[in-house]
Design a protein around this ligand. Structure first.
Ligand SMILES: NC(=O)c1ccc[n+]([C@@H]2O[C@H](COP(=O)([O-])OP(=O)(O)OC[C@H]3O[C@@H](n4cnc5c(N)ncnc54)[C@H](O)[C@@H]3O)[C@@H](O)[C@H]2O)c1
Length: 375
């Protein structure tokens, strides 16, 4: 099947991850169309020039509008700061090119609505939001158990992502810690979708939102060492009254933290049910823990999953799975959905991104007004 000719807008941290994915496509078994990165665009020459080592990349741009006029490009991966999402994503969609845009998919709800309007005008453009953690095989096992009804009535659920590099108060400020570029959501904009893709896809519907947000580091050094205000939320704890298709009513806790001692991008997903409970942590990426009934007691078991991936790979099933593998699976899902190929668990959809924005907007309101907000 024909490869997908891609362009990248934003050649920083995530743009490069995508380049690596596209170059290790042979890691996938089977015959999935490969994302071929024909063009790269960035304002920053160092980041743009990094792409000169990508064998497929033959067009280099500073101006993404000029790039969108290149008829050879079929799809775009956008990994730019949040305040640019609405404008850049809308321009991509209106150029008729398919889009996988990075989270939070618009800096705020108003930005998301602009993207929705562009999508409505261009229904043939395929649009998804990047979110890779649910593609870990151990998380997919959780999905399978949930779909099989193994958990029984849900008691509670918790979805967490925790970092600690901000514990270093000397860490210089960057755009992710500035309201103008990162938005009002702060850490929730950066991290929120990592806590939401799985529960939203399982059909967990938040009905009420109660949030506690913390701005712990109120200033940070700029590039010249001068202390400047750091106004973004560092940590967020969001409690949602939640329902599911079975009619269970339960609390769902979402934690998004930049200041969590000892954590380096630690993702934790936990679902507790009357019949079974399961928990995943990216600190133990190969395994899932689940309960087995022992008479009236419950014992936690650890099941090693290995590389039992949605899209089969050359790696032996005994070897562990990691972050870059999850990105490979996510882009495999994107091109599969784009080309109408089978894909049981797809990328985060725009309607789910809209729900994420409604939830995060409610969390801001809840914290400021000190009340529980109905969704
Ligand atoms: N999925 C994930 O796990 C994950 C992880 C980190 C970041 N992200 C998301 O990816 C996006 C980018 O984050 P990042 O960490 O790669 O940031 P980054 O700062 O490393 O890269 C952003 C790049 O965009 C470029 N840029 C800025 N304005 C531009 C413009 N007008 N045209 C072209 N390029 C422009 C910058 O020069 C920079 O190279 C954000 O939305 C962020 O939330 C996702």
């Amino acid at each position: 099947m024909k490869n997908v000719n891609f362009a990248v807008i934003g050649c920083g941290l995530m743009g490069r991850e995508f380049a690596s994915v596209s170059m290790r496509w042979l890691h996938l078994l089977g015959d999935l169309p490969r994302p071929v990165i024909l063009a790269a665009c960035d304002l920053n020459d160092d980041n743009l020039n990094w792409f000169r080592q990508v064998p497929d990349t033959k067009y280099f741009y500073h101006d993404y509008q000029e790039m969108l006029r290149n008829p050879e490009i079929e799809a775009v991966y956008c990994a730019v700061p949040h305040h640019l999402h609405a404008k850049v994503y809308c321009d991509v969609i209106r150029s008729g090119k398919h889009l996988i845009g990075e989270k939070p998919f618009g800096m705020d709800l108003a930005a998301m609505e602009q993207i929705e309007a562009a999508m409505a005008e261009n229904p043939n453009v395929f649009v998804r939001c990047a979110s890779e953690f649910p593609f870990y095989p151990a998380v997919q096992q959780m999905v399978k158990w949930y779909e099989e009804g193994k958990f029984g009535q849900i008691i509670e659920a918790k979805f967490t992502i925790k970092h600690s590099s901000d514990m270093d108060l000397k860490k210089p400020i960057n755009w992710k810690r500035m309201k103008a570029a990162n938005g009002e959501y702060g850490c929730m904009g950066d991290l929120g979708i990592h806590t939401q893709h799985l529960p939203f896809r399982l059909g967990f519907v938040p009905k009420t939102v109660s949030a506690y947000l913390a701005n712990i580091a109120k200033e940070r050094p700029d590039q010249d060492g001068n202390m400047v205000p750091c106004e973004t939320w560092d940590n967020a704890m969001v409690m949602c009254g939640t329902t599911n298709a079975a009619g269970d009513v339960f609390p769902m806790q979402l934690e998004m933290k930049r200041m969590a001692p000892g954590c380096t991008n630690t993702v934790e997903y936990e679902i507790y049910g009357l019949n079974m409970s399961a928990k995943f942590t990216s600190d133990d990426p190969n395994a899932i823990r689940y309960t087995q009934a022992v008479g009236r007691e419950q014992a936690w078991a650890r099941l090693v999953i290995g590389q039992r991936t949605q899209f089969p790979v050359i790696t032996g099933s005994i070897f562990e799975f990691g972050f870059s593998d999850s990105l490979l699976q996510m882009f495999a899902a994107f091109v599969s959905e784009l080309r109408g190929l089978p894909c049981a668990f797809g990328c985060f959809r725009p309607d789910e991104a809209k729900l994420s924005h409604r939830l995060l907007t409610a969390a801001l309101e809840s914290h400021t007004q000190r009340r529980i907000v109905e969704l």
